[in-house]
Design a protein around this ligand. Structure first.
Ligand code: EPZ
Length: 417
């Protein structure tokens, strides 16, 4: 397994750019299954998760090619309506194929994802909503076996805003008969981007980015040509890197509005952030002040930025309280940050962070994607050498992270253990 060796304490200076969004690319790639012909997605990041989804689509019979920054998916011939356990277990977004398979072919056999490091992550909201559209579901041997004689539009109210559930239903409802209303829908920028891609396929969607979405089903869909939105979590991770060590660090290609909650917290923590369209310049200005935060669905503070902001708070001048409300087990970075000299105590869904003057390099283990990013950020400011093990998690979600950080002054070496 690969690991990073980081020599901390180097300032980050210069320009760093943001890649296309992983979490927008995945559902948009799945949406290609709706139409015969070749869809083209521009700017999907070259990441393990994107490749895994490409493998799943190819397993089902789609032609999947990557040419430079273009990902081409020809879904004309789909001969397997199944997503096997190994592909869904390694990447939960694979579960999304159930929507388009049902909508286009009337049947699907898709493995239940199972739990993952950050929580149980059930798919009950997806299933309840697909049933409302007229799917018959049967769970057997760990698989959801679904069939329908034709999906019909319905009014669905999610128990809470679920990103994947909203995406799955938007895709399925695109080919349903009539109109589907999704209440209490997720509002994330990835949802808006999916709605744009579906719009390019000929599906009319109203309300994307609000809590009430209306999908007008159609039987005439065509492939899309779509430029994926930039990755707001990568953007946010670089903003935190700038707040920790920017002298100054300019981030190119992010959408500041997509990280408004984070920008607000970073400014309160004392970071100086100047936004000029797609350029955000961050300077660390004096001592880091403690800020409290509570994760929430968009536009609240993103759970996917919680570990990174916690890394910043470990060296703040005071005590901050970080409350995680989305996933029940998303503090696995805490003991690892404590190995670097942080002083964090977890009490249920709350982490109380007592800022320390400096972190000291050590060996830590990455446990999930965003936790790993938090550890890398901590390693950038820790005294001496930090080794972050199991960085395959990072390879799933950050395109060329080490190279990008090295280009702005970080000292990071990738090596095989
Ligand atoms: C998406 O996961 C993202 N993944 C996650 O990013 C992100 O953390 C999450 O949204 C929240 O923003 C992708 O987009 C591929 P949810 P998703 O359905 O869709 C519970 C990363 O690091 N729930 O909004 O799975 C669920 O357990 C990843 O890039 C149910 O109980 O998130 C969780 O507690 C990690 N039943 C909460 O809802 C359901 O049927 C929110 O999950 C569905 C969800």
């Amino acid at each position: 397994m690969d690991a990073f060796r980081i020599q901390g304490g180097r300032p980050l200076r210069g320009e760093i750019s943001v890649s296309g969004s992983k979490n927008a690319s995945l559902p948009i790639m799945v949406a290609a299954l709706l139409a015969e012909g070749e869809s083209v997605l521009f700017g999907a990041p070259d990441l393990v998760d994107v490749r895994t989804l490409g493998q799943l689509l190819a397993h089902m019979g789609a032609g999947v090619r990557r040419e430079g920054r273009e990902t081409k998916i020809d879904a004309t011939r789909i001969d397997k309506h199944e997503a096997p356990y190994d592909l869904v277990r390694t990447m939960r977004a694979s579960f999304l194929v159930i929507g388009p398979l049902l909508a286009r072919f009337g049947r699907a056999r898709v493995s239940l994802p199972g739990g993952c490091a950050i929580g149980a992550r059930p798919v009950d909201q997806h299933l309840k909503a697909l049933e409302a559209l007229g799917a018959t579901l049967h769970i057997s041997h760990g698989y959801v076996e679904a069939e329908t004689k034709g999906l019909c539009g319905a009014e669905i109210t999610f128990d809470f805003p679920t990103v994947g559930g909203t995406e799955n239903l938007m895709i399925a409802a695109s080919l349903a008969k009539g109109q589907t209303v999704l209440n209490n829908a997720a509002c994330e920028p990835e949802i808006v981007d999916l709605a744009l891609a579906l719009g390019e396929m000929g599906v009319r969607i109203e309300g994307a980015g609000t809590e009430r979405l209306v999908v007008h089903g159609t039987d005439k869909v065509r492939p899309y040509r779509h430029q994926v939105v930039c990755d707001r979590i990568e953007f946010g991770t670089f903003l935190v890197a700038g707040a920790l060590a920017g002298e100054p660090l300019t981030i190119l290609g992010g959408v500041a509005d997509h990280q408004a909650a984070l920008v607000d917290k970073l400014k309160k923590s004392g970071a100086d952030i100047a936004i000029d369209g797609p350029r955000a310049t961050v300077t660390r200005a004096g001592a880091i002040r403690p800020v409290d935060l509570r994760t929430a669905p968009y536009p609240g503070f993103p759970t996917d930025m919680q570990a990174q902001l916690m890394a910043l708070m470990t060296v703040a001048d005071g005590v901050s309280v970080i409350t995680e409300t989305i996933f029940e087990n998303r503090f696995m970075h805490v003991p690892e940050l404590n190995r670097l000299g942080a002083d964090i105590r977890v009490d249920g869904g709350k982490a109380v962070v007592h800022g320390v003057k400096t972190l000291s390099g050590s060996t830590v283990m990455a446990t999930d994607l965003r936790a790993s990013a938090g550890l890398v950020l901590a390693g950038l400011v820790a005294e001496g050498e930090t080794v972050v093990r199991r960085i395959y998690h990072l390879d799933r979600g950050y395109e060329h992270l080490a190279d990008k950080l090295i280009a702005v002054g970080a000292n990071i070496q990738r090596f095989r253990e």
